[in-house]
Design a binder for this molecule. Structure first.
Ligand code: NAD
Ligand code: UDP
Length: 310
């Protein structure tokens, strides 16, 4: 197949490129390089089945492809809050542009949605039928509401125009190729520990997240995209749940060094708990379940960050 990946120069998108190229597909990456890097995909530049196009998903685009993965959107809170209006436009107009193209081509189109659609959840663990608890006017809203609106667009194009959609809700994922200055918790803690700086735990550190290693997630993406039973929304992530203090202690243990844990102010609307219910993923993705335990994934991620920071 010929496959378009928006946001393909980013963390998740570049791993998806590798997997699809390895499977023998042609891949076109569309990315404006806001948080993505050419280095993430430069090893593919000499491959005749790979193309990179520097372009913004907000502006219309045309390609002849069989499948579209829409991943374009900054994912880390500091990056998506840097220009919040642009973040909402990226999610909403990016979705419209991908859906319009998919409609014309009759191509299957995948939306990288997020556990943020559940906001600060009052139901735990989160199932796909939970509608969420989202502040529409806070600092995280540009991302959360942008992604919620994108889901709305996907399901309306599906109902109204029979567009062949797949909507996945991604829970916190980590691994090699995250930016050292990404700002998300795993990369922050590892980079701080390697540099011997203080580990910055926001608030009391009792808030929880569930961390999935990138290879497990990308396997889920491809299985979901290529099954015909369920259009989503589908939770994808690792149900192993940890407090941020536990994460900080684990990273310190694995990296070694003399960093100490310090507490900083908790950002507004920071969700208190998050854990995916992956019953549907197991059912529809042929028994898919995450394979990489947190410490194993962290070791691989630490090895990568050691090559990035001194
Ligand atoms: P990332 O920031 O590394 O990648 C996003 C990519 O999109 C980057 O390459 C960036 O340059 C590109 N991009 C941003 N705005 C664009 C625009 N207007 N036009 C074209 N390209 C644009 O983040 P990631 O972790 O790889 O996330 C990929 C997708 O998965 C995002 O849509 C994100 O919301 C979603 N997601 C990720 C996670 C996670 O834990 N990694 C969790 C939930 C959802
Ligand atoms: N966090 C932290 N220290 C950091 C960065 C993040 O304690 O240096 C916390 C943050 O407050 C949140 C959790 O880690 O409770 C996950 O944050 P991240 O930005 O990775 O993702 P999200 O909040 O979007 O799940």
């Amino acid at each position: 197949m010929r496959i378009l990946i928006t946001g393909g120069a980013g963390f998740l998108g570049s791993h998806l490129c590798d997997r699809l190229i390895a499977q023998g597909h042609d891949v076109i990456v569309l990315d404006n390089l806001f948080t993505g890097r050419k280095e993430n995909i430069s090893h593919l530049f000499s491959n005749p089945r790979f193309e990179f196009v520097r372009h913004d998903v907000i502006d219309p685009f045309k390609f002849e492809v069989d499948q579209i993965y829409n991943l374009a959107c900054p994912a880390s809170p500091p990056h998506y809050q840097y220009n919040p209006i642009k973040t909402t436009k990226t999610s909403v107009m990016g979705a419209i542009n991908c859906l319009g193209l998919a409609k014309r081509l009759k191509a299957r189109v995948f939306q990288a949605s997020t556990s943020e659609v559940y906001g600060d959840p009052e139901v735990h663990p989160q199932r796909e039928d939970y509608w969420g608890h989202v502040n529409p006017i806070g600092k995280r809203s540009c991302y959360d509401e942008g992604k919620r609106c994108a889901e709305t667009l996907f399901f309306d194009y599906h109902r109204e125009n029979k567009v062949d959609i797949r909507v996945i809700r991604i829970f916190n994922t980590y691994g090699p190729r995250m930016l050292p200055n990404d700002g998300r918790v795993v990369s922050n803690f590892i980079v701080q520990a390697i540099k011997g700086e203080d580990i910055t735990v926001y608030g009391d550190g009792q808030q929880t997240r569930s961390f999935c290693y990138v290879d497990d997630l990308v396997e889920g993406f491809i299985r979901f995209m290529n099954q015909n039973e369920f259009v989503g929304p589908l939770n994808c992530g690792n149900p192993g749940e940890f407090t941020m203090l536990e994460l900080a202690e684990t990273v310190l243990k694995l990296v070694g060094g003399r960093s100490k844990i310090v507490h900083k102010e908790l950002p507004s609307d920071d969700p208190k708990q998050r854990q995916p219910d992956i019953t549907l993923a197991k059912k529809y993705l042929d028994g898919w379940t995450p394979q990489v335990p947190l410490e194993v994934g962290l070791e691989r991620t630490i090895a990568y960050f050691r090559t990035q920071v001194g």
